[in-house]
Design a protein around this ligand. Structure first.
Ligand code: FAD
Length: 489
């Protein structure tokens, strides 16, 4: 086996470590924080427990794969259950809609709530499925940047079907052309936010995302999202991955365009291979100062970030579930603020995640733990203190109105996460949640590859490189990196 250093213990770093260790390599992970998981972490205070970052868990088979490759059984580490209700939606006009995981019930309920035929809905979801089936093996599961990928049968299939992929219309245009009911258009436009993009900019191919949610389902890990981090951390240690916490890597050291190791704490630590799970922008700007950086890729606009109020709420709300969305009245204004004005509007869509609905111990008796989030632009030096104060007022007012309750008086605990903190805690450029946005049709090609031709034995994984952000894609990046390394060694 080779000696391999992984920079960062984000979900992708851990997934890569597990796969490479299973191949017999000596793997050491250097992490600047004193905890693993990067964005996928949690905290507890005043009797409440909160998942801090990701809250939506889809495609659990990508996590299961990691147990499989090590020969361990998932049940010994990790448990999760499928949700029957995916999400509760609240509109400003008073409409309430509960999205069922069952496709038939979903179509039935939607046709009763919105002005739409069941058949039209099923047809939309069918087309979404086709987009995924045609492109996933090409865009997600392989390195897009290797010649072999372009010569594959899947590529040809995708090219012949280009028209049906809706690459040249925006998601919002596509949805408006299919549905007449504005509420349903907003419902399907929302899926652009799953990778931190705008429905008014991202291509129509992103309509494959509702298919993923509907087809693969949404899940809740026992113990909350943080148990994904905890179980992968435990698994990796059990198979012999070594972690070095409180170790901020200062440089990736190269010689003759080949990796020599890393500098950390002023010391050179040698290794045959280095994998960076750090965001690709600081990887170049700080860790590879002597190498030419791919400016076109690094300058791609970032995805959105988040402003989150972790609230301890001294009441139970039976009309709420694990996932709840309170839509803005005007989605176009909201996204114009996020991606053009780079500001936050007065009526943002509010997402509330309540894990105490699933795990009672996450909140004191009679209370709920509200992870209350709005989408905001990535950090380019906005006046966040003012944005936080203003947004808080708007959110409290909106929720009080739609839930018919004085929310302010129920908040007995509060903590806040904003883009500045996301950036400083995980070194994600501009505090973006998903690396670069998918706000144009070339985005997939403008993500950094998982390797670098001009530096031998250097690899990249995580949400800022191919195939993209979010837990499933981050896990896939680990798979691609481990396959590239396997082929070379
Ligand atoms: P990160 O989590 O970014 O971790 C990188 C790690 O590398 C960090 O621990 C950092 O400290 C370390 N590091 C960086 N540089 C160095 C260095 N020089 N030396 C040592 N260590 C270093 N995804 C979903 O799938 N579903 C969701 O619902 C969802 N919601 C989200 C909500 C929020 C608020 C946030 C913040 C993200 C959300 N995401 C969601 C996105 C998801 O969290 C990320 O895509 C994913 O966790 C990123 O993992 P990663 O491996 O790229 O690394």
């Amino acid at each position: 086996g080779k000696t391999i250093i992984i920079i960062g213990s984000g979900i992708a770093g851990m997934a890569t470590a597990i796969r490479l260790r299973s191949q017999g390599h000596e793997v050491t992970v250097f992490e600047s924080n004193d905890y693993p998981g990067g964005k996928l972490t949690a905290f507890s205070a005043d009797g409440y427990r909160f998942d801090m970052g990701p809250s939506l868990f889809t495609m659990p088979h990508f996590v299961e794969d990691l147990f499989k490759v090590t020969g361990k059984s998932t049940e010994d580490y990790f448990a999760y259950k499928k949700k029957d209700t995916v999400c509760n939606y609240f509109y400003e006009d008073g409409t309430k809609f509960s999205a069922s995981a069952n496709i038939e019930s979903f179509a039935e309920d939607a046709s009763n709530t919105f002005n739409v035929d069941k058949a039209a809905l099923l047809e939309y979801l069918n087309k979404s499925k086709r987009k995924y089936d045609l492109t996933s093996s090409l865009f997600l599961e392989k390195s897009l940047h290797k010649v072999g990928t372009y010569l594959s049968k899947d590529t040809l299939k995708a090219i012949f079907q280009m028209g049906s992929l809706d690459i040249s219309t925006t998601l919002a245009e596509l949805n408006r052309s299919v549905f007449k009911d504005e509420r349903l258009v907003q419902f399907y436009n929302r899926f652009a936010t799953y990778n931190g993009s705008s429905p008014y900019k991202t291509p129509g191919i992103m309509s494959m995302i509702p298919h993923l949610e509907q087809y693969f389902g949404t899940y809740f890990p026992k113990g909350g999202m943080h148990s994904i981090t905890q179980s992968l951390f435990q698994l990796s240690k059990d198979i012999g991955v070594v972690y070095q916490f409180n170790k901020k890597v200062e440089e990736i050291v190269t010689t003759n365009n080949k990796v020599l190791g890393i500098n950390v704490g002023g010391q050179l630590v040698k290794s045959d291979i280095v994998v960076s799970n750090s965001d690709v922008v600081p990887t170049y700007r700080r860790l590879l100062p002597k190498h030419k950086s791919p400016e076109k890729i690094l300058k791609q606009p970032r995805s959105s970030s988040a402003l989150i109020f972790y609230w301890g709420i001294n009441k139970k709300f039976p009309e709420l579930d694990l996932h709840n969305i309170f839509f803005s009245d005007d989605y176009e204004i909201e996204f114009d603020h996020i991606f053009n004005k780079r500001q936050v509007c007065n009526d943002p869509t509010v997402y509330i995640n309540i894990t105490s609905k699933e795990e009672e111990s996450d909140a004191p008796k009679g209370c709920e733990n509200w992870f209350t989030m709005i989408n905001v632009p990535s950090n380019i030096g906005q006046d966040w203190d003012t944005i936080i104060a203003e947004s808080r007022k708007h959110i409290v007012k909106k929720l009080s109105r739609l839930l018919n309750e004085d929310i302010q008086s129920l908040i007995e605990f509060e903590s806040v996460l904003d883009p500045r903190l996301i950036e400083s805690k995980t070194q994600s450029y501009q505090g973006a949640l998903y690396g670069a946005s998918s706000n144009n049709k070339y985005a997939a090609f403008l993500r950094h590859p998982n390797f670098k031709n001009s530096i031998k034995n250097l690899y990249f994984c995580g949400g800022s490189v191919h195939p993209g952000g979010g837990i499933p894609l981050c896990l896939l990046s680990g798979k691609i990196v481990s396959e590239l390394i396997m082929k070379k060694n």
